[in-house]
Design a binder for this molecule. Structure first.
Ligand code: GLA
Length: 728
């Protein structure tokens, strides 16, 4: 494919016509190059630093082009991994796709290149899309399959993305997890063979591996230099991401996990895969993260550019022991500390079966009269009295076998008719069959009824504490049972779309037994996510570090909880707990009544400080400075505004030994020419800020030489949060 005609390319791209050969898809700093000639296979040529048309010949001449099929399908020349495999109605298991035409057009959020391919024999069309999101360095890809025949085609494999990567000293970073230990960073050199990250939960997918990865081309990935590709699958169901690594090639595929999900595509119907989004950075992992954060805030979060309130969530404070007096008391205390929003968690509903443990009542979304005799009205009145907003917890996709809903609608449950029913939490939790439109209406109604009756509700925490247990739907026909994993997600999407259309300003948190739904499949409907049920400040440094690779601070709920911590039993000073929580969307998860007056006074100051820098944290660019995974005894990060006039710097002592070595920390992202005034945001004693407070230091010194911390980080769990402001 060398010696391309540049003229041909330019003409082709300008006209978007059938004669086009090379399609250059560019963002401000990246480019992707596809060759698509009508009647031929479409080819993936290049993905990397931004190039212009005049560089294309050089890309070919330096053999940087791959020349591999952009969407290889199974059947002819069968050896190797394929993006798609099908069976036609006559039993033929092959596809043979060639380009029919290419269209390029602009949508509200990006520029789309659509490569239409057709099978040479069967009435089967595949459109491969690439979308360059405006103002970001993210390009996404997905495919749409059209069965133009009369009879069904069965899809056995249907990747969203399939692309080559240059083979070298490749490292992969992924984010493994489990309840309480979500997004634990794993970094490894890729050797020949296959490396798979996947999930088979059915409903939530990030309590195992997050569906995201980083690939370094230059050895162990670094924060601010080196070539790193980042990819994430925008899907919240089962998924499979595979690295197929050989001495001579390296292919990545990503999509829905097709095992047990073969899809029967009826005649005249279309199947669309989820979107896979990627970016490429020559400034290491930091560049990848900043690109995804910008993209998320602009396009993949509900109202991602509006800073979030500081909230108190009732869960760790009272667990299921919700009542009017307790809620009122929590609101009063939190409001006095400067809090802005109170969220009543689990335990508020159910009358025939009041919700006192995790083993009953899901589905019975009526206020428990015994616990809350004044109803939601009473709570809203309290909120008004204490000048605070009010939010509420729901888990609407679920039921318990001990619930009125289960008694009334046993057929609304995902279950297998001739087998015993499996149950989850509390040995009674079951999953509603969201493939069923009636159930979709019910789930929509959980939100809609609350919002219609109480439009003052400002926030909902939407939880899911169960995986898809029994693979059986009484709604789907017998020969479509293999669609359950997919149809469930479609049903959920429909519900969430309706909610967003009607309640665009309702702030919603995606929670799933902690951080089980942190992915870009579900986040577009939500404003934020619950990062983990683990609120231990030390472990949170690791969890949040992992999460921050793909997800922005504005969405990362980070709460100050009790001493001692309920998950780990660790005791950590309140200042350190605040300093960690203030690096995300600050909140509290505590019984405020149990706090000392001194602690409350500190919390009040910390909350006031956070308000001052909230926009920098939630909307700024993240620079990770010292990784907790590097075991240097400290961890550090900072946020900087795009104008580089303000920043917030965090450092934490995470190990403690006598006379230990404490490295100085060099900042990043500032303007070397600017002078910055430093202010200690969370001094333990208001009149005793740290020695850096008030100092004016140049961006050059802060970035090239850094700050020495050995006098500041003396004690166990010492920490510091500094505000930096440009001095003009
Ligand atoms: C899940 C959530 C918690 C809390 C409980 C309530 O575990 O992650 O934050 O809401 O459910 O049952």
């Amino acid at each position: 494919m060398k010696n391309k005609s540049l003229l041909m390319l330019v003409l082709g791209v300008l006209s978007g016509s059938l004669s086009a050969k090379d399609y250059l898809i560019s963002t401000p700093n990246t480019s992707l190059l596809i060759t698509a000639n009508p009647g031929e296979k479409s080819k993936f040529q290049y993905y990397g630093s931004r190039i212009s048309e005049k560089d294309i010949q050089g890309i070919y001449d330096s053999s940087l082009t791959f020349g591999v099929e952009s969407y290889p399908v199974f059947g002819l020349k069968t050896a190797g991994e394929r993006a798609m495999a099908v069976t036609h109605s006559d039993g033929n298991m092959t596809l043979d796709l060639v380009v029919e035409n290419v269209r390029q057009y602009t949508e509200k959020d990006g520029d789309v290149t659509e490569i239409r391919m057709k099978d040479l024999v069967y009435p089967f069309i595949l459109k491969q899309f690439f979308k360059a999101y405006k103002g970001t360095d993210v390009i996404s890809t997905w495919v749409e399959v059209e069965n133009n025949g009369k009879k069904p085609v069965t899809l056995h494999r249907f990747a969203s993305a399939f692309f080559p990567v240059h083979r070298g000293d490749n490292w992969m970073t992924h984010f493994h997890g489990f309840w309480g230990a979500e997004s634990t960073m794993e970094e490894e050199k890729l050797t020949n063979g296959q490396k798979v990250i996947s999930n088979k939960d059915g409903l939530v997918n990030s309590e195992s591996d997050n569906p995201s990865f980083l690939l370094s081309l230059d050895g162990r990935p670094q924060e601010e230099y080196g070539r790193v590709l980042g990819g994430t699958l925008a899907w919240t169901g089962t998924y499979l991401i595979k690295m197929d690594v050989k001495n001579t090639s390296f292919m990545v595929s990503a999509g829905i996990n097709e095992e047990t999900s073969h899809y029967v595509l009826d005649g005249k119907k279309t199947f669309v895969t989820p979107e896979f989004a990627m970016t490429y950075s020559t400034s290491g992992k930091g560049g990848v993260s900043r690109a995804f954060h910008r993209w998320a805030r602009a396009y993949k979060l509900n109202r991602g550019n509006i800073p979030h309130d500081i909230l108190l969530n009732s869960w760790e404070g009272v667990y299921f022991k919700v009542d009017q007096k307790e809620m009122d008391q929590m609101m009063e205390h939190f409001s006095a500390m400067g809090g802005e929003l109170f969220v009543m968690d689990d335990g508020w509903f159910g009358n025939k079966y009041p919700r006192n443990t995790g083993s009953s009542s899901l589905g019975d979304w009526e206020v428990c009269k015994e616990k809350l005799p004044d109803g939601i009205e009473g709570l809203l009145e309290s909120a008004k009295k204490h000048n605070i907003k009010f939010g509420i917890w729901i888990e609407p996709e679920m039921a318990n076998t001990k619930s009125e809903l289960f008694e009334q609608h046993p057929d609304w449950i995902l279950r297998v008719a001739n087998r015993p029913l499996s149950t989850g939490r509390g040995k009674t939790q079951v999953v509603l069959d969201l493939t069923n439109p009636e159930v979709q209406d019910f789930v929509f109604g959980v939100v809609d009824n609350l919002m219609t009756k109480y439009p003052e509700i400002a926030y909902m925490k939407w939880d899911d504490n169960c995986c898809l247990l029994d693979y059986g739907s009484s709604y789907l026909p017998k020969d479509r049972q293999s669609h359950i994993y997919i149809e469930y997600q479609r049903g959920l999407n429909k519900v969430l779309k309706r909610i967003r259309a009607k309640y665009p300003n309702l702030v919603m948190q995606a929670c799933a037994g902690g951080g089980g739904r942190v992915n870009y499949g579900i986040l577009p409907y939500f404003d934020e996510f619950w990062t983990s049920d683990n609120t231990d400040a030390l472990q949170r440094i690791y969890l949040q570090w992992g999460i921050s690779n793909f997800y922005p601070a504005i969405a990362m709920a980070s709460h100050v909880s009790a001493d001692k911590n309920h998950q780990t039993g660790r005791r950590i000073p309140l200042k350190f707990r605040f300093d960690v929580a203030m690096s995300g969307r600050l909140g509290m998860e505590i019984q405020p009544r149990d706090m000392t007056e001194e602690d409350k006074a500190f919390a009040k100051r910390a909350i006031a400080s956070y308000k001052k820098v909230r926009s920098v944290v939630q909307l700024g660019d993240l620079y990770r400075l010292v990784s907790p995974y590097d075991r240097k005894g400290i961890s550090s990060l900072m946020y900087v505004t795009p104008e580089k006039d303000r920043a917030v710097f965090y450092v934490y002592k995470i190990e403690h030994f006598v006379n230990m070595l404490i490295p100085s920390v060099r900042m990043n992202g500032l303007d070397a020419q600017k002078m910055y005034r430093l202010a200690d945001l969370t001094a333990a004693k208001a009149d005793k800020p740290c020695p850096l407070d008030g100092k004016v230091i140049s961006g050059k010194v802060l970035m090239e030489e850094g700050v020495v911390l050995k006098e500041i980080l003396k004690k166990e769990y010492s920490s510091m949060v500094l505000e930096l402001q440009e001095v003009k």
